[in-house]
Design a protein around this ligand. Structure first.
Ligand code: THU
Length: 126
């Protein structure tokens, strides 16, 4: 059941700070202790911007949890919005390869994949 993640990601997208790209993204992560959300936060110094995934992961860590159970990315583009390469690595740090990642838009979930599919052969602590 991802409806709660969907609603959380869609809602937090409204808070995105994206005056440069005008492309807002919301992410919700489920962990054992609850749902954590993030939105993209851009910066006039472009490389200093943060992706929504990064914000949600930071919120989870600050909340004291370290294990991602499910991820939902919400964006409004013609095609599914998938995490960038750097965020795939960040997700993999706190996920098993089987963790589901749902890519959603206004009509609902468009694509379902896993962290392992997003980043095969991930570099890790192991
Ligand atoms: N972005 C995210 O926050 N997450 C994604 O999954 C894809 C892209 C952001 C980065 C930037 O602020 C804007 O979308 C346009 O690339």
């Amino acid at each position: 059941m991802s409806q709660d993640l969907y609603e959380a990601a869609r809602a937090v997208r409204e808070n995105a700070h994206a005056p440069y790209s005008n492309f807002r993204v919301g992410v919700a992560i489920r962990s054992s202790s609850g749902i954590f959300v993030g939105c993209n936060v851009e910066n006039a110094s472009y490389p200093e911007g943060n992706c929504a995934e990064s914000g949600a992961i930071s919120a989870m860590i600050a909340g004291g949890d370290v294990e991602i159970l499910e991820v939902l990315v919400y964006g409004e583009a013609d095609t599914p919005v998938a995490p960038c390469g750097g965020c795939r690595q960040k997700l993999a740090e706190f996920s098993s390869p089987s963790v589901p990642v749902k890519l959603a838009g206004p009509e609902g979930v468009r694509v379902e994949m896993t962290v392992g599919e997003l980043l095969p052969a991930a570099f890790s602590l192991k």
